[in-house]
Structures are given as C-alpha cells and as structure tokens.
Design a binder for this molecule. Structure first.
Ligand SMILES: [Zn+2]
Length: 377
C-alpha cells in the first residue's frame, strides 16, 4: 500500500481557509503542513477530509479532520457532545476512510501502540488479554488493539481500524470489545487523540474500594494527573459501561473505573500510558507510606497553586481550573484515612477556581484523617 505523498507547507499561516484547501487539491497534495495552533475553518476541514488530504502539524502526523475538532476551531463546528451517545452525531461525521489505516502516519502510530502495549505488560498493568489501546487518526477513524491478544504480543498486523460507532473498517483481527469506552471519550473530548485502558494493581485497589487518591502530596502527580474521578461500575464492553466516564473526561485525563481498572486519554499514545504510570506509582507510594506509621506531609497552598500554573501551561485538564468548561465539584469529607472522595457527578455549583479555602480544607481534612487514624491506634 504505497501512496505517493505530496505535501504543501503553509505552516507560516495562522488560518487555513477554503481557498487553501482548494489550492491543496489543485496541486495534487495528499498532506498539508500547518503550524501547531493553526485554526482550520469548518468548510476547509470538511473539504480536505472529503478529498483525503491530511493536515499535519509541525511534523507530527495527524489526520485531516482530527484538526477539524481541535479546540482552536470555531465553536460553531459540528461536534459530538459529551452525552450524544453513539447515534446522535453520526450523521455529522464523514464516512469512515479505511485508507487511513495504511498511511505512513498510521504505520508509525501502530508501532507506538505495540511499544506501549509491551510497556503495560512489563509493568504488570495488564494480565491475560486485558487492557486496550487506541489512537484517533481521523474524524471517524480509530486504530485499536484486538481482542484476545496479550499486550506484550502486539504487532502492527493484529491492530484494526474502527469508525466512531465501533464498526471495524480495516484489519484482519477482531477489535477489542472495550472499544466503546475509547469511542465515547473521543466523541466527548476533541483534544483526546489516544486512550489507554488497563488494570494496574495499586490504582485498581483504589477503584475496587471506591476511593480516589488524595492530592497535594507528590508534584508529578499533581501536574500530569491531578484530581482523579471514579466512574460507577457497569458491565465491561457495553455502551452503558462506556458512557459512565462521560461526566468526568473533559476535566480529568485519568478516571478510575469502579471494580475494574483505569482509563487515561492524552494527545499521544505514549502520553496516555505515562498518565497510567504516574497514577499507578502514586497509588503504590501512598500505600507504602501508609505502612510507615507516620503522617504524610503535604504541600502548602502556594506550592499547589504553583503546580497548577505549570499544568495550565502544559495544556493539561484539571477540574480545579477556573474556566467556563471546568467546574469544581464539591469535596466531601474523608471517611477513610488517606482518601479524598470527589463527588462523582457533574455539579453546577461554583466555578472551579483554586480556592484558598478549598485547598486549606483539603489539606486539613487529609491531615486530620491521618492524625485521627494514628491517635486511634
Ligand atoms: Zn478492562
């Protein structure tokens, strides 16, 4: 499947409009190179997608319409809402293009998925045929891992391509049965380009006890993951299960799946796996610290704010940011030492500015709970 790749470079432009799209077609281009934060008009996006012309940002391959739903695109863009389910927005998506499975970009992504699969297995985040990995290579095309294959044994040949309804459109092996979890995230979060689902033991220990790890203890966790939500249990593989994460995935890149495992999304496959590693190591560290028999020390309010500022610069989501999209949910009281329960439903309360009082209450509640447990022994 060798396709001649002809590229047009307009990475000096901040805007890609219909005229640029038509010029690219007239020149016989199969790729248009653009700058990372470029705005693509909806009509240009649709035009390029219809003609199978990919938009590529600063050397990192991304399929054309992946940009069509990027945050830089005007809000008037048709896009799947977080609760649209599988049927609602299907008509607004272009017909799936099986050719995207064989592009040079796809071949690179397939290699990355296989490498990440081996990492998951080596770190004991997946057992048997557990766990799954995907990448959204087009507006209606997602590369994913197959069912019944160990993540250690992945090869590019066993991966498959599905559309956003979960229908397989390329690849010889049957897709993972848990693909709907990935697809719901892609439909709800345009920034999500990759989803990794796995069962790391320490994070899953939190998931089976219905607890989320506390915050303001380890900087790396605050920056890359931050607050974790927990979604309610439903039978894996079902659309109903997949939709349990919808209230959380815009404000959280990592969600605990009750009595099951975790799911992470990111801009790349590698980064999604990083978040799984960061969460797992954090949960493990907390458990080790709990065995030491002394209270955990916490960051100050200012130190927490400094980390959130770094996080904002990195463009990572956090429910504690104060924007119209990120609302803070109520922090409930601690029931068990070392745990903070985040009310697992979307709330329409106050905006999520990092409130001094909230941070203070957070630190105090953790300290109180740990101290309470200590004094009770
Ligand atoms: Zn699973």
């Amino acid at each position: 499947m060798k396709n001649e790749v002809k590229s047009i470079d307009i990475s000096g432009q901040k805007l890609v409009a219909m005229r640029d799209a038509q010029s690219a077609l007239a020149a016989g281009a199969s790729r248009v190179l653009i700058c990372e934060n470029c705005v693509v008009t909806p009509s240009a996006r649709d035009f390029l997608a219809q003609h199978n012309i990919a938009l590529v940002a600063n050397g990192r391959a991304k399929a054309a319409a992946a940009y069509g739903e990027s945050p830089s695109v005007p809000a008037s863009m048709p896009a799947s809402g977080p609760h649209s389910g599988n049927s609602g927005a299907a008509q607004s998506r272009p017909a799936p293009n099986p050719k995207l499975f064989f592009t040079p970009e796809a071949e690179e992504i397939k290699k990355e998925i296989c490498a990440v699969g081996r990492k998951l297995w080596m770190r004991q985040f997946v057992d048997g045929n557990g766990g799954n990995i995907s990448y959204r290579i087009g507006p209606n095309e997602v590369i994913c891992t197959p069912t019944l294959v160990s993540k250690f044994d992945l090869t590019p040949e066993v991966l498959s391509l599905v559309d956003l309804d979960g229908k397989q459109i390329a690849g010889t092996q049957a897709r993972t049965s848990e693909i709907f979890l990935h697809l719901e995230i892609y439909k709800a979060v345009p920034e999500a380009k990759s989803v990794v689902h796995c069962h790391p033991p320490h994070a899953t220990a939190y998931a089976i006890t219905g607890k989320v790890p506390p915050n303001l203890i380890v900087p790396e966790f605050e920056v890359f993951v931050g607050k974790v939500a927990i979604s309610p249990y439903k039978t894996p593989g079902s659309v109903e299960f997949a939709q349990t994460v919808l209230p959380f995935v815009k404000q959280h890149n990592t969600v605990l799946l009750a009595n099951h495992g975790i799911v992470c999304w990111a801009d790349t496959v590698t980064h999604a796996e990083w978040y799984a590693e960061v969460l797992e190591t954090y949960c493990w560290t907390l458990m080790l610290a709990a065995q030491l028999g002394v209270p955990i020390s916490h960051m100050s309010e200012q130190q927490g704010s400094d980390l959130l500022a770094i996080k904002k610069k990195l463009g990572l989501p956090d429910i504690r940011f104060d924007t119209s999209r990120m609302k803070e949910c109520q922090l409930s009281d601690l029931e068990v030492p070392g745990s903070i329960a985040l009310t697992p439903t979307p709330c329409d309360g106050n905006t999520g500015k990092l409130q001094e009082a909230d941070l203070e209450a957070l630190v105090k509640s953790v300290t109180d709970a740990v101290m309470g447990a200590m004094s009770g022994k």
